[in-house]
Ligand binder design. Structure first.
Ligand SMILES: [Zn+2]
Length: 263
């Protein structure tokens, strides 16, 4: 699933293709907006907010999209054939470039002034201009009984962290994902680490949290169940946590990240 770094880069790619240019085509292939037409309007900018994308268009309109599990924006020279099959949800094009939203999880068209209805619930974005580490820590600590693993994935606390950055952040913090937030002394440090990892990867095509991009060494724990911890040599554990079925996977090192509650 795309996390904040991928969505940030997607916003920049969309910006390079669309910003400042007038749309000559807008094709909403979702029933709710089947008749919407943005042609003749200039695109102002695309920004990311956690895992959400906001494409602002002249005339106080915002196209809101979300990649969810397997969505992407594919950009190509105008007039190229679109990806085959019934996968394109939205096309925005100017005379030079076309952007095809493929398998998007969400597509909305709202007044720019109403964006908050779609993204107002989100916590501070580690890649956003208004990142506020104290506020992020305050939100993470809001429910002292929640596990830190669940709290980190809750987009109302921190926007943009998914299962990869959750696992890697907690490894670097040396904190078990199963620890209740109320038992963690320095929650702010965890927010700082999450931001550092996302920030370090926002311009990289190949994600690495260890500083080593080689396959098998690019992550400390994520996807490494049963293999040796790169730091201590113990076997990496894998488990499931939280309520959202697709977001459950957690990886951790029991030796480097102690404090798992008994039972
Ligand atoms: Zn270890």
């Amino acid at each position: 699933m795309p996390e904040g770094d991928v969505v940030y880069r997607t916003a920049r790619r969309l910006g390079r293709a669309l910003d400042g240019r007038v749309l000559v085509r807008s094709d909403f292939r979702v029933p709710r907006y089947a008749t919407a037409d943005l042609t003749g309007r200039r695109v102002l900018e695309t920004v990311s907010r956690g895992k959400h994308l906001l494409t602002r268009v002249e005339g106080d309109l915002t196209v809101h999209t979300h990649l969810r599990m397997e969505g992407s924006w594919q950009i190509s020279p105008a007039g190229r054939r679109l990806p085959p099959g019934d996968v394109v949800r939205l096309v925005l094009a100017n005379t030079e470039w076309q952007a095809a939203g493929v398998r998007l999880g969400m597509v909305d068209l709202v007044a720019t002034a109403e964006e908050h209805r779609l993204v107002g619930h989100l916590g501070p974005d580690p890649l956003g201009p208004d990142w506020d580490v104290a506020e992020a820590a305050r939100r993470l600590a809001r429910d002292p009984r929640a596990t830190i693993g669940e709290a980190l994935l809750d987009q109302r606390n921190l926007a943009g962290v998914g299962t990869v950055y959750r696992a890697e952040t907690l490894f670097l913090a040396g904190v078990s994902p199963w620890r209740p937030v109320g038992e963690i002394e320095d929650v702010e440090r965890i927010a700082v680490l999450a931001r550092r990892l996302l920030h370090a990867n926002r311009d990289r095509a190949t994600r690495a949290t260890t500083g080593d991009p080689r396959a098998g060494r690019d992550m400390w724990v994520y996807g490494r169940a049963g293999r040796s911890c790169l730091r201590c040599g113990h076997r990496i554990s894998r488990g499931e946590m939280g309520a959202q079925p697709q977001e459950r996977l957690i990886f951790w090192c029991r030796h480097c990240q102690p404090g798992e509650p008994a039972g």
